[in-house]
Design a protein around this ligand. Structure first.
Ligand SMILES: [Zn+2]
Ligand SMILES: [Zn+2]
Length: 377
């Protein structure tokens, strides 16, 4: 377990190799499997093992293996290219694992994963590259989750510094950085600064993705949250409506592209998961964000509309949630959420529901048939 006293390092390329992987203090033990990862204590070794090392120990060992004698310059170049590619893959994998830990609020485990990805990124891209920033942001978010605000600020400063060193930082990265800064400022109760961060976030995200894109919704959502904290509920109200509209539109579009039809296809042996175009997929990070956002919007509407229920808005949110369950393949929750929709005035909701129910019925029949077939064998 990570304790509150620990100061996590900002990963710079190391001059000496005998520093703890987790805290950068002098190390006195080494992983017995890969022989290239060092720790100051058993505690930090366990932290690293649980967060990430178990999954990358073997790969690190392979990467470290001495190169066999190569005949030509060309072969050496080819080998270097291959090693670099493996490091990049490993970096992406560790980053994804860190991100997943974050979504599941396992902040202690997110940190070692993000630190590993950061070290690999420094190794591949150098210490000044914007490619380091996604790792800093995971570290910042995990620190914030652990309520280590000072540590969070250090990581965000590092990310800001890296942005400033690059003439044209990509806007999807700067918007994410502003969003993280806003989250820190909300935790510090500096709402004015948070509003400034969020204005920048929305501006950069809109420029990069387009104004109606669901990637912009996160900025509006936090703006709504800040105005709620400032007790300006009218502003929150309209911002939250904008957010629910964005998700509603995005999820309906995903439903239309019939991504999950592959469930049926898989049973019929027609299609593999990989064949679904990536644009039509609901990725892990979007899925997690959608769940949290829509649940918050729902609670807000339920709280504020006790006297005067905004049924249209409630229906929209519930419909978006039912599609989300459908896309997450959590089929039992789909019908449950659908039943919460009353006085429906939107024909598109009826159409979507008919589509989902038809699919669920077919899937049910198909499964029953398969069961029958298996038991008769
Ligand atoms: Zn340590
Ligand atoms: Zn190891």
């Amino acid at each position: 377990m990570v304790t509150a006293e620990i100061v996590y390092p900002l990963a710079f390329p190391k001059n000496t190799s005998y520093k703890c992987e987790i805290c950068d203090k002098p190390a006195n033990r080494v992983c017995k499997k890969c022989h290239c990862t060092y720790y100051c204590s058993e505690e930090h070794q366990t932290t690293d093992w649980n967060g990430i090392h178990e999954k990358i120990c073997k790969s690190l060992e392979d990467l470290r293996k001495k190169q066999v004698f190569l005949l030509s310059e060309e072969e050496r170049r080819e080998k270097d290219r291959e090693t670099r590619e493996r490091k990049i893959n490993l970096m992406e994998m560790t980053r994804m694992i860190g991100q997943r830990h974050l979504f599941q609020e396992r902040y202690e485990q997110a940190i070692p994963a993000a630190l590993s990805s950061l070290k690999l990124a420094v190794d591949v891209y150098g210490p000044k590259s914007v490619d380091l920033i996604p790792s800093y942001l995971i570290l910042a978010e995990a620190s914030l989750g652990l309520k280590h605000l000072g540590q969070c600020w250090e990581y965000l400063s590092q990310a800001q510094y890296t942005v400033l060193q690059n003439p044209n930082p990509p806007l999807y990265i700067t918007s994410k950085l502003y969003r993280n800064l806003a989250q820190l400022n909300i935790a510090r109760k500096d709402y004015e600064e948070a509003l400034r961060n969020l204005a920048n976030d929305v501006y950069d995200a809109s420029t990069y993705y387009g104004t109606e894109h669901h990637k912009v919704a996160g900025g509006y959502f936090l703006l709504g949250k800040v105005f709620k904290l400032l007790n300006k509920l009218e502003v929150t109200d309209s911002l939250y409506k904008q957010v629910s509209d964005m998700w509603y539109t995005h999820l309906r579009k995903l439903l239309e592209s019939r991504v999950v039809w592959t469930d049926m296809d898989q049973i019929l042996g027609k299609k593999e998961e990989e064949e679904v175009p990536s644009s039509a997929k609901l990725d892990l990070s979007t899925e997690a964000e959608a769940h949290i956002t829509l649940q918050t919007l729902l609670s807000y509407r339920q709280e504020t509309s006790i006297k005067q229920p905004d049924q249209l808005e409630l229906n929209k949110i519930n419909h978006a949630i039912s599609i989300l369950h459908f896309l997450s393949r959590d089929y039992t929750k789909v019908t449950e959420t659908m039943s919460r929709i009353t006085d429906n005035q939107l024909t598109e909701i009826d159409e979507d529901q008919a589509l989902m129910i038809k699919f669920l019925n077919q899937l049910g029949q198909m499964r029953a048939l398969m069961k029958k077939q298996q038991s008769s064998l």
